[in-house]
Design a protein around this ligand. Structure first.
Ligand SMILES: [Fe+2]
Ligand SMILES: [Fe+2]
Length: 461
């Protein structure tokens, strides 16, 4: 076999209706192989691993089009056996499947994409898979903002800047080498709006940002105002994509998913350094492992804890833990109630629906999870508002809601205003803050501060 031929990669499309050009156009180095019949699929799985094509495969795309013989689980198991460690991607035309992302992943697929809505995202995913193979010569970079750079800082990834005309990336900070005073001076002089890091290093970047956020509080020689200013600047720099006014209608599909994933990563890296990290992990385990970052509970946890970090008020970890389970009780509601929008429920159904915070607690008790009073309050009162409106099975006096409960409640409603699981238009983050302020159900001082911290001075690359 020719050397050049050995280096070619293959994308396998099983029962897929997508246009192969969508994938093939990404690199001249890839071939697309289509398998469209159950018999061909069975022959593929039965073939011994010495099939020279097996190693070339870098991703498998699967959709259910035309195959009635095999279940999704069966397909996933066969693929995992045949192509261990390769990306298994589930493609669907049914937008309702977006809500079922978690169970598709539990079946063994790495991710789910909606065709045609998420074709851009699918291409991005395949590009990042291809970038991991040296033979493609592909390199992907993500824009980041570096703030609070100090002499002696060490990154575990290279940092680049981009030439404005040729769009070439030039290495600026080398991985593993401490930032020198010369580099710092250049950094200050150029005041780069954005620097770039290899896309596969984004997770490390957020880990670092989470650790930096966590360490600001213990920094000696800084006044509390200076600390607060540092926290706000750092948070703004890592969340700008999310709070950018252009992100109107951030949805749990398309671009929105990537952005939520980043928010989740920042919040989680902060929480995992907190004293309640073991609680957080225990709760995740009870719920069956790490939560889908695009789910409502993860989004509320990420937003709520970031709100607390930004304000310097309340315990972010408590909000994250409460958010993971706050709506768990909905799973005990009859499906005709759970599937309806709150505003469409009859008076009788509404009474049942409003019991869900209590049912969430009941589930935790049944699973023998011991939680403290603060966490119990957060879950039980998450639909109670600062002005006394809202509902809960437990009476509470106006003004007695803990700051964590208030921030959980704000994040819960904020997520409802900005997110759209069906891709419909929703509000931009800035407009969502305005809407919350207009309603006067939450403390307007908190809402104003949050809007100022997250939605001012935005720019994009
Ligand atoms: Fe709820
Ligand atoms: Fe909720």
């Amino acid at each position: 076999m020719e050397k050049n031929e050995q280096e070619r990669l293959e994308i396998l499309c099983l029962f897929c209706e997508i246009n192969p050009e969508i994938v093939a156009s990404l690199s001249s180095n890839i071939d697309v192989r289509r398998i469209n019949t159950a018999a061909d699929f069975e022959a593929l799985i039965a073939a011994e691993n010495e099939d020279p094509n097996t190693d070339k495969v870098c991703a498998v795309l699967y959709s259910q089009a035309g195959d009635t013989k095999h279940s999704t689980l069966e397909i996933a198991q066969c693929l995992a056996y045949k192509y261990p460690g390769k990306a298994l991607l589930f493609i669907t035309k049914d937008i309702a499947n977006a809500k079922d992302r978690e169970s598709i992943k539990k079946n063994g697929f790495d991710d789910l994409f909606i065709d045609p809505l998420e074709v851009d995202l699918l291409q991005k995913k395949i590009l990042s898979i291809l970038a991991r193979h040296k033979s493609t010569g592909l390199k992907l970079y993500a824009p980041v903002k570096l703030v609070d750079l100090q002499v002696g800082d060490v990154f575990d990834f290279d940092v680049f800047f981009q030439l404005s005309v040729s769009k070439k990336y030039i290495r600026y900070i080398r991985a593993g080498i401490a930032v020198s005073s010369e580099v710092l001076e250049k950094f200050r002089k150029h005041s780069f709006n954005f620097l770039y890091i290899p896309e596969e290093s984004l997770e490390s970047f957020f880990k670092m940002a989470g650790a930096k956020l966590g360490s600001i509080d213990g920094k000696a020689g800084l006044s509390s105002t200076e600390k607060q200013h540092k926290v706000e600047t750092l948070l703004r720099s890592v969340t700008y994509k999310f709070f950018d006014d252009k992100s109107a209608g951030v949805s749990a599909i398309g671009e929105g998913r990537e952005i939520f994933k980043e928010l989740n990563s920042i919040a989680e890296n902060f929480i995992l350094k907190s004293p309640k990290a073991s609680w957080f992990k225990k709760m995740q385990m009870t719920l069956g492992g790490k939560q889908d970052p695009y789910s409502h509970s993860s989004r509320v946890g990420s937003l709520g804890s970031l709100f607390a970090i930004a304000l310097g008020e309340g315990r972010p970890e408590l909000i994250s833990i409460a958010a993971l389970v706050h709506d768990l009780g909905k799973t005990l509601l009859p499906s005709e109630i759970a599937s309806k929008k709150e505003e469409d429920l009859t008076a009788v159904e509404l009474i049942k629906y409003q019991l869900h915070p209590e049912l969430s607690l009941r589930i935790l008790k049944e699973r023998r999870l011991i939680i403290d009073e603060d966490l119990t309050q957060c879950i039980l009162l998450h639909h109670r508002k600062w002005n006394g409106s809202g509902y809960s099975s437990k009476a509470h006096s106006v003004g007695s809601l803990s700051i964590e409960t208030q921030l959980l409640s704000i994040a819960d409603e904020f997520d409802y205003l900005i997110s759209s699981d069906t891709g419909g238009p929703k509000l931009s983050p800035a407009k969502a803050f305005d809407k919350l302020r207009e309603k006067l159900e939450h403390n307007p001082i908190l809402i104003n501060r949050l809007k100022t911290i997250f939605c001012s001075q935005q720019d994009s690359p």
